[in-house]
Design a protein around this ligand. Structure first.
Ligand SMILES: Nc1ncnc2c1ncn2[C@@H]1O[C@H](COP(=O)(O)OP(=O)(O)OP(=O)(O)O)[C@@H](O)[C@H]1O
Length: 695
């Protein structure tokens, strides 16, 4: 057999292109984590689709083993079930699944598992309005506990960025990073707490061949450090394919190959499927799985026992009974030794460091020396490569570090490394930073409020104290409601769903609780909305000559502020429950009844009794009533009037016509506050439901 890059790596840590060790770096600040082997058995995943809810089986009783220290590729033709399998293994999808998943031989506990794993999704899901450094700062703040002080966090950021070749881009906005850099940043963000299991969905999609190589080199190095690295990949080039240690291939929801990449071609040959010379083995297995060489799926599935067999290097191909799953057998010991040999840095002193900290089982409290050799120099073919072998000395710690995984019973583990109050504070600070940088959210909104304020001021100039223009003034009051409602609602409907993919990723990777996040985003926009509303109201109130008393202005402003907060909450409910397209259409449509029953178009008395209940739900009614009472209520003196007959000269007449003579401003305010809280809680419930329904 040809000597592959992988062979070279196994024999010597310094031989291959990937690891020239031109420069040795040490990651000294990553928390120590246990190595984790994953096994799954008889995994079946079904969904129900269509009107008749017909059952569709996507994964058909597949089994497999994914080991620490190995880079595993999940391959297969399009629609074979790769993403589904990955989603199940990560714990992202839980419903509709049957079978067992174990970690280090123990039944997987999803809560514990999620703390040990990170899922890097295909689209990176980064906040474009943060610099690389800021994004890392937030990640370390959220993912490292109080035990790690500020200086150490800065060191962690520096080391990871340097290792991943991003240090020089630490001031670059993430939206300006290249595809490969974005992918590396996604990895860097998750690497902060050093998860022993990392899942990647199509990490090379959208990358050029050089960036693909860099990316897979990076994953390989992470695996060498003792992590379990699993990624789905479509059809890697022969050069990339060789870099994988382990291959898991699916066809039509069944496993057609599981084992080392080198064993693939000889294994297929034993079944009469001979890979042509100079043909990429990755392409060959995909072609076979697609049926280009006849229907061989059944033959392969039977030969590999649908994933129960695992073809290891140097082992004969399976003929006898099925290999035991979750094996911690002599085979495993040998592999661990092999991993250690690959990962260990030439420097003996570094290795000693690794040993000295091996007795500590606390996941966060102690640190281990990680040896990093980085090559960011040209490789002779004009391509820049980043190579990062990391050593976690897992084999020495294995006995000890399995303990946290196994204690899944009564042991009470903190769900997050930091308190929810601190999570709230960090997410709030980040959201405020976005707001400051987001043009649409800030400057455009400010501009719109000032412009519309001036326009309304000019249109309704000096009508507030004119008895002949009361109807126009009521139109002005109603327009205020309309404007404040739509501006606050639409911006939330447009911006909130865009946050959703990042929220899904970060929440799934346990950066923060949904509660902390929601509270932070709820609070973050309130000051801005309040400032815009105050500016708008001050302009229109002054130019339209509403009553000059300060207390009336305060009442008017309070009603307007509450209307914009309530409308923002409606936007949150709609944004949490549906996508932008549906939300932009439905929210204004759903607001129509509330506008109709606001008391402006039809007074309460004129509304048919069976429809009156809608007025109680109409927040616009409370706002409109509040502003009407602020301007015409509370024994306001008669308005000036230059006409012979002025019907609305006495302010009470206006309130009488509106059927608001007995209205109470306090009740309006209380009603708005109640509606505000009900909507905010509903938005949270919808958000939780949406996150759960994805799974
Ligand atoms: N919720 C669902 N409802 C119906 N069918 C589904 C659902 N999820 C997945 N499928 C189907 O299951 C099959 C496997 O989907 P999956 O996304 O896992 O494939 P894949 O191997 O990742 O494909 P690709 O490489 O094209 O991304 C596809 O035929 C897909 O249409």
């Amino acid at each position: 057999m040809e000597t592959s890059i992988l062979d070279d790596v196994r024999k010597s840590p310094v031989k291959v292109l990937m690891q020239p060790c031109s420069q040795t770096k040490q990651l000294t600040h990553l928390p120590k984590r246990p190595p984790v082997d994953i096994a799954f058995s008889e995994l079946t995943y079904t969904v129900r689709e269509g009107r008749k809810k017909k059952e569709k089986t996507i994964l058909k009783s597949v089994s497999g083993q994914l080991r620490s220290g190995e880079l595993t590729a999940i391959m297969g033709p399009s629609g074979a079930g790769k993403s589904t399998l990955l989603n199940i293994l990560t714990g992202y999808k839980t419903s509709g699944m049957k079978g067992s998943i174990t970690t280090n031989g123990q039944e997987r506990n999803l809560r514990h598992f999620s703390k040990l794993s990170a899922y890097i999704m295909q689209d990176n899901q980064l906040h474009g309005n943060l610099t690389v450094g800021e994004a890392m700062h937030v990640a370390t703040g959220l993912k490292l506990g109080k035990d790690v002080d500020k200086e150490e966090k800065v060191e962690v950021i520096k080391e990871i960025l340097e290792t991943l070749g991003l240090l020089e881009h630490s001031r670059t906005m993430t939206s300006n990073l290249s595809g490969g850099q974005k992918k590396r940043l996604s990895i860097a963000l998750e690497l902060v707490n050093n998860p022993p299991i990392m899942f990647f969905d199509e990490p090379t999609s959208g990358l050029d061949s050089s960036s693909c190589f860099q990316c897979i080199s990076l994953l390989k190095s992470l695996a060498r450090g003792g992590r379990t690295i699993i990624c789905t990949i479509h059809q890697p080039s022969a050069r990339l394919f060789e870099m994988f240690d382990h291959l898991y291939t699916l066809a039509d929801g069944q496993c057609v190959y599981q084992g080392s990449t080198q064993s693939l071609v000889p294994f297929m040959a034993t079944l009469g499927l001979v890979c042509p010379s100079y043909h990429n083995p990755a392409s060959f297995i995909i072609e076979v799985a697609c049926g280009e060489y006849g229907d061989n799926t059944r033959k392969l599935v039977n030969a590999i026992q649908n994933g129960k067999h695992n073809i290891r290097d140097g082992k004969s191909f399976p003929t006898g009974p099925i290999e035991k799953l979750n094996n911690a057998s002599e085979d495993k010991v040998g592999d661990a030794e092999e991993n250690r040999n690959i990962a260990v840095d030439p420097s003996p002193s570094d290795n000693k460091d690794g040993k000295s900290s091996s007795g500590n089982v606390n996941l966060f409290a102690s640190y281990v020396t990680n040896d990093i050799a980085k090559d960011s120099e040209g490789t002779g073919d004009g391509q820049s490569r980043v190579v990062i072998p990391m050593d976690l000395s897992i084999s020495e710690k294995q006995d000890n570090v399995q303990t946290p995984l196994m204690n899944t019973g009564n042991q009470k583990l903190q769900p997050y490394p930091i308190s929810e109050a601190l999570q709230f504070w960090l997410v709030l600070k980040r959201t405020l930073l976005f707001s400051r940088r987001d043009w649409t959210l800030m400057y455009l909104r400010l501009f719109a409020h000032i412009l519309v304020g001036l326009l309304i001021g000019a249109l309704y100039y000096d009508i507030g104290n004119d008895g002949a223009k009361v109807l126009s003034n009521l139109g002005f009051l109603f327009f205020n409601m309309l404007f404040l409602m739509y501006t606050s609602m639409t911006i939330t409907i447009l911006s909130f769903p865009l946050e959703m993919p990042v929220l899904i990723k970060e929440h799934f990777n346990r950066w923060y609780s949904l509660r902390s996040y929601y509270l932070a985003i709820t609070v973050s926009d309130i000051p801005f909305q309040a400032i815009f509303c105050v500016i708008y109201v001050a302009i229109v109130y002054y130019f339209t000559s509403q009553p000059p008393e300060m207390w009336r202005f305060a009442m008017f402003l309070a009603a307007c502020l509450l209307i914009s907060f309530v409308a923002q909450s409606v936007g949150l409910v709609v944004g949490a429950a549906m996508n932008v397209q549906n939300g932009v259409f439905l929210a204004p449509v759903m607001s129509v009844p509330f506008l109709l029953f606001s008391g402006f178009f039809v007074s309460f008395d004129a509304i048919p009794i069976y429809l009156r209940w809608i007025t109680y739900l109409s927040y616009i009614r409370y706002g409109f009533e509040g502003t009407a009472l602020a301007t015409y209520g509370y024994e306001r003196e008669k308005l000036k009037c230059h006409q012979a007959y002025c019907h609305f000269k006495a302010p009470e007449t206006t309130l009488e016509e509106l059927d608001m003579l007995n209205a109470d401003f306090t009740i309006d305010i209380i009603a708005l506050v109640v509606i505000f809280f009900v909507l905010r809680i509903s938005a949270f419930v919808f958000l939780r439901w949406k996150l759960m329904s994805q799974r």
